[in-house]
Design a binder for this molecule. Structure first.
Ligand SMILES: Cc1cc2nc3c(=O)[nH]c(=O)nc-3n(C[C@H](O)[C@H](O)[C@H](O)COP(=O)(O)OP(=O)(O)OC[C@H]3O[C@@H](n4cnc5c(N)ncnc54)[C@H](O)[C@@H]3O)c2cc1C
Length: 481
């Protein structure tokens, strides 16, 4: 998130001075690291959780899927700009096309998927979506999904222009580029320990991890892009807007299969129905995952209990230390209003390997336990706001203070896929003056050709296809060419 914002700001205003602090020694080791997330380029194609169950008249509301698709278009536009301008070298280093498939079984779910497809395929974003209830066709699209399946109604939708992204690699490339620019600094192994306003500017306490040396830095604007580590920093600001804000960490596990004879038979990201009680992070999926030369099969995520806000530099005291008199009520209220979710998380945390395999077999009925290994995924910290009165929103939201002198991210889904749109939103809210100059505006248009356009209306179909074809060509992600 920080990398996208920093590069976009530097390109927009080349004279800007920027300093990045990163607590770990290597870059992008937390949620954005490829081993910690699924790398799905979330575009609303296969994620059934983005389209809620049917309305009373039988139709499916696809507004959220359209919104996320458009946000991901911004990401693709910016990343293709990075390739074209030499910030990122080869697109194949960080993005590849992989079919995105929505798969369901059972008569009720089959009927839901049909309605969802009917609503989606008529929109120009999802025009190339295919739908089938034919066993042979699903077998051709995703052979493992049908292997050993007992006779029952099945259905699937597919789009070949789905993507897989190595968000960690991309972030490292952007930050390395930034570190070489005049007026920019990149300090790894440095933890921001305090953040407060002094005489109208932000004062950051920063500790060098290796030497323990402590320094103070001043800045007019701060972006708290610390992932799970954002809540303690926001709390340190003592801003009135932060009162009542709490966070709940949810760890994750994957089941991973590395057997070449199995892995080679699956080339898709297959998402299914989300268990009713689970948050959107619980939407299970069977993915082919390609990292460098290594290809694996990944299933999950499974939620895990943790008190840590960060996987590598977090501590089990993170959660208790984040509790304040003003946010305990927020957490308790969220728990009381979401008992199904609490039960779901508890059940997930005590699952046996055999129970996890049962979840895999929903997608791959012939899966054998011996072929799978349980590995740790990243941690998400679910933001809980007092104003939500117990409701939990699984979105990604930009937080700013009333002076727009500080911005941060709350929430983690759809996450890295919409990081470019987050950067765009932070710029529009906190740096609108940068866009007053016509030179800066054209630089913005170069980075994000549709940054101020709404691509959703039917009359924008031609414009969408024209821009999308260009970005797909640069990123080499249109499998039809
Ligand atoms: C299991 C799982 C699966 C996911 N799958 C997907 C997916 O398929 N597609 C998708 O788009 N998104 C996915 N996400 C979400 C996505 O990974 C995150 O939304 C995204 O990576 C967050 O990026 P970030 O920059 O905010 O945080 P991070 O990548 O966590 O970066 C924050 C950085 O700040 C550093 N930091 C923290 N505190 C401090 C401090 N005090 N001082 C200095 N540095 C600090 C950390 O070390 C870290 O490097 C998934 C997440 C999880 C957990």
């Amino acid at each position: 998130m920080s990398a996208n914002l920093a590069v976009m700001l530097k390109r927009l205003k080349p004279s800007i001075k920027l300093q990045v602090f990163e607590v770990t020694h290597e870059l992008a080791q937390e949620a954005s690291h490829s081993g910690n997330n699924a790398g799905t380029g979330h575009a609303g194609i296969c994620e059934l959780s983005y389209t809620p169950s049917r309305e009373a008249d039988g139709t499916v509301n696809v507004a959220r899927a359209l919104h996320i698709f458009e946000q991901f278009e911004h990401s693709k536009q910016f990343w293709s700009y990075l390739v074209a301008s030499g910030v990122a070298a080869k697109p194949s280093d960080f993005i590849r096309a992989v079919p995105h498939i929505g798969f369901v079984h059972g008569a009720e779910n089959v009927s839901f998927l049909r309605s969802r497809f009917e609503a989606m395929a008529q929109h120009h974003f999802f025009h190339s979506m295919e739908h089938t209830t034919d066993w042979e066709t699903v077998s051709a699209w995703a052979p493992l999904v049908m292997e050993g399946r007992e006779s029952e109604p099945v259905a699937a939708t597919k789009m070949d222009t789905g993507t897989e992204v190595n968000f960690g690699d991309l972030a490292r490339r952007m930050l390395q580029w930034l570190g070489q620019q005049e007026g920019c600094g990149l300090a790894t192994g440095h933890r921001v320990t305090s953040l407060r306003q002094v005489n109208g500017a932000w004062q950051l306490g920063v500790r060098h991890q290796a030497s323990g040396e402590h320094r103070v830095h001043r800045a007019k604007f701060v972006f708290v892009g610390a992932g799970g580590g954002s809540l303690p920093l926001l709390q340190a600001t003592e801003l009135p807007e932060v009162r009542g804000l709490g966070g709940f960490p949810i760890g994750g596990h994957w089941l991973v299969c590395s057997k070449p004879e199995i892995v080679s038979r699956h080339n898709a990201k297959v998402y299914g129905m989300t268990p009713k009680a689970s948050p959107s992070l619980g939407a299970p999926h069977l993915d082919s995952r390609e990292l460098g030369a290594q290809r694996t099969l990944l299933f999950g995520p499974f939620a895990a209990w943790t008190g840590k806000f960060l996987k590598h530099t977090g501590s089990h005291t993170d959660l208790p230390l984040s509790l304040r008199s003003h946010n305990i009520g927020t957490l308790l209220n969220a728990g009381a209003h979401n008992l199904d979710l609490v039960r779901y998380c508890i059940a997930q945390g005590v699952q046996t390997m055999e129970e996890r395999m049962e979840a895999v077999r929903e997608f791959y009925p012939a899966a054998a336990q011996a072929d799978w290994e349980l590995v740790d995924a990243g941690i998400r910290v679910q933001a809980l706001k007092k104003a939500d009165q117990g409701a939990i929103y699984f979105g990604t939201e930009v937080f700013t203070d009333s002076h727009q002198s500080i911005a941060a991210l709350l929430g983690a889904s759809p996450g890295a896929s919409v990081s470019v749109n987050i950067a765009r939103e932070v710029i529009l809210r906190c740096f609108p003056h940068l866009l007053n100059e016509s030179a800066a505006l054209s630089r913005m248009k170069e980075m994000l050709p549709t940054y101020d356009e709404d691509l959703k209306p039917a009359y924008m179909g031609t414009r969408f296809r024209e821009v999308s074809a260009k970005t797909e060509a640069i990123l080499q992600i249109n499998p039809h060419f």
